[in-house]
Design a protein around this ligand. Structure first.
Ligand code: KG4
Length: 341
């Protein structure tokens, strides 16, 4: 390993995964994720206070395991990278406080990483992808189409005006009686159903690249309630397949439109919803037909993880960005193009 390339210890705790990783350039030496899904599932969604407390409990073990698996002593780490936004305030605070303490105690540089930039950087891991490209960011908290002219740059071309796509998956799953997180559950049962119900498209008049998923979500809820009131069966698998198709179609349509407009030849998917096989297939088919190359991360780097935070930090260091002060605060509503401390 070249010694002028930094070894990074990365920490992620923006929602319900406590994660730590050791990365070197685009390589992942370890990637540990302690998921809280089983804890939150009984409440039907993430309870912020419980998430923060569990991050605090899980962080020491998770970080230790990441260093052990990478076989790197902490003394050899050059920088500590931490997600400081966007996410849940208390959850972010747990990771930021832990990272600050480690950096201070061992006199390491601290880097504050934007979680959404991290999701984009997940595509660089073990892959030769380089900007410029068009990126569809689809996670539980965000849905946006960005032009990425360079590393760490993201110009928003379109975004949701209400719910994120992942949020819509989770809420629709809840209505259908499926456990949290709803996205993978909907994908699973949709395979047994027919996309035969015509739910409205999440389009907005005169805003061809923006989305609105709340109308689609309400249409599903009304459909279910309507059938319940008439004592009719709820065709859960068909609803799941139809809803998933409505989401994938609109994401694909807008992404292709944006890629043409931005004159990019590569399309990249980032974020948890990017794990959805139906969305990947729909976008892959459309991209091939239109002459774009499609990239998406391996499943283990789609959801929240710290490897993507470490790789993002590498590009921050490459660009000569300043390290963060120990007064760093978490920023729950950080936007995808915010890179300021
Ligand atoms: O990126 P992520 O792990 O967390 C955020 O940064 O928000 O995304 C979580 C979201 C959840 O809403 C979850 O239901 C959704 O991603 N998700 C999926 C799938 N896997 C996770 N949505 C659809 N299909 C999937 N296979």
């Amino acid at each position: 390993m070249r010694s002028d390339i930094p070894l990074i210890l990365a920490i992620e705790s923006s929602c319900d995964e406590t994660a730590a990783a050791v990365t070197w350039q685009r390589k992942v030496l370890s990637n540990v994720v302690a998921s809280q899904i089983d804890i939150h599932r009984r409440f039907g969604g993430v309870v912020p206070e419980i998430a923060s407390r569990n991050h605090t409990l899980a962080l020491p073990q998770t970080v230790w395991q990441a260093l052990m698996e990478a076989d790197v002593p902490f003394s050899e780490i050059d920088a500590v990278a931490v997600t400081y936004g966007a996410g849940l305030q208390g959850a972010l605070l747990s990771g930021v406080s832990y990272a600050k303490a480690m950096a201070y105690a061992a006199k390491k540089k601290l880097y504050a990483v934007n979680h959404l930039q991290g999701h984009i950087a997940a595509n660089y891991i073990d892959c030769d992808l380089r900007p410029p490209y068009l990126c569809l960011v689809v996670s539980g908290g965000n849905t946006a189409i960005c032009d990425v002219p360079d590393y760490l740059k993201a110009n928003i071309m379109g975004e949701t005006v209400d719910d994120a796509a992942g949020e819509a998956f989770d809420k629709v799953a809840r209505v259908l009686g499926l456990p949290y997180p709803g996205g993978p559950e909907i994908e699973k049962i949709a395979k047994q159903g027919q996309a035969a119900i015509a739910f409205p498209k999440a389009n907005l008049k005169d805003r061809p690249l923006d989305f609105s998923f709340s109308g689609l979500k309400t249409a599903v809820i009304n459909y279910v309630h309507g059938r319940r009131q008439k004592n009719e069966d709820i065709p859960v698998t068909d609803i799941a397949a139809s809803f998933q198709k409505a989401v994938a179609d609109v994401l694909t349509e807008h992404t292709i439109k944006a890629a043409r407009r931005a004159k990019r030849d590569k399309i990249v998917i980032a974020g948890g919803v990017g794990a959805n096989g139906y969305l990947r297939e729909t976008l892959e088919y459309a991209a091939k037909r239109e002459g774009f190359r499609l990239f998406y991360p391996p499943l283990k780097y789609c959801g929240d993880n710290a490897a993507m935070i470490g790789v993002c930090c590498y590009y921050m260091m490459e660009k000569g960005m300043e390290s963060a002060p120990l007064s760093l605060e978490s920023r729950p509503s950080l936007k995808i193009n915010d890179l300021l401390y």
